[in-house]
Write a protein that binds this ligand. Structure first.
Ligand code: 5GP
Length: 174
């Protein structure tokens, strides 16, 4: 792997500590409910693994994968479903787990998708809320960190499929 120019934005400890807080909050809100935690592939797989272990409740896990086409800065971007979860959705409480919400297109589409499938409720947990390019209003019920701008890598976030395995989050200087 070639050396890259990167700056630390969130350390492993900061990420870990925030996830413990999120897990507690989620557990309080979902007590006695049929919770299905659905990670958005690929970027959320690292966060998802740590988050579910911080939620001391019975819960089911699954994943969904979508791809988006069109300009990332235009609201005309289109979402296509690549892989669907196998878990039943109707009448279940769905918690969508995302690595980063940027324009909001993906999360807006996914929230609508699960509501249309008859979910009892749909909430969003995103490790990072990146507001700079938001175009589609979306409520992030459980935000990890707010970061205004820049391209981030590590802890599941990639650059050309590399760097997902970095244990912390960095700003990539391109
Ligand atoms: P949205 O639909 O909100 O515009 O896009 C969300 C997706 O864009 C994320 O799941 C992620 O795959 C990608 N993305 C947005 N910002 C970043 C970033 O700073 N770094 C990386 N690696 N991916 C990003």
């Amino acid at each position: 792997m070639e050396p890259i120019d990167k700056e630390l934005v969130l350390s492993s400890k900061e990420i870990h500590d925030r996830i413990q807080e999120l897990g507690k909050e989620i557990a309080e809100d979902y007590q006695g409910k049929q919770l299905v935690v659905i990670g958005v592939l690929k970027g959320a797989f690292v966060f998802m693994a740590d988050l579910v272990r911080a939620i001391p409740l019975p819960l089911a896990t699954d994943f969904i994968q979508v791809s988006s086409y069109g300009s990332g800065t235009s609201s005309s971007g289109q979402i296509t479903l690549v892989a669907s979860p196998a878990q039943p959705i109707a009448d279940h409480h769905i918690l969508l787990v995302e690595d980063i919400v940027d324009t909001g297109l993906t999360m807006r589409w996914l929230a609508k998708h699960f509501k249309e499938q008859g979910a009892a409720s749909v909430r969003i947990c995103s490790l990072i809320d990146k507001s700079e390019r938001r175009e589609h209003s979306v409520t992030i019920d459980y935000p990890g960190f707010s970061i205004s701008e820049g391209f981030l890598i590590g802890y599941g976030l990639d650059y050309n499929e590399q760097y997902r395995n970095l244990p912390a989050i960095y700003h990539l200087n391109l």
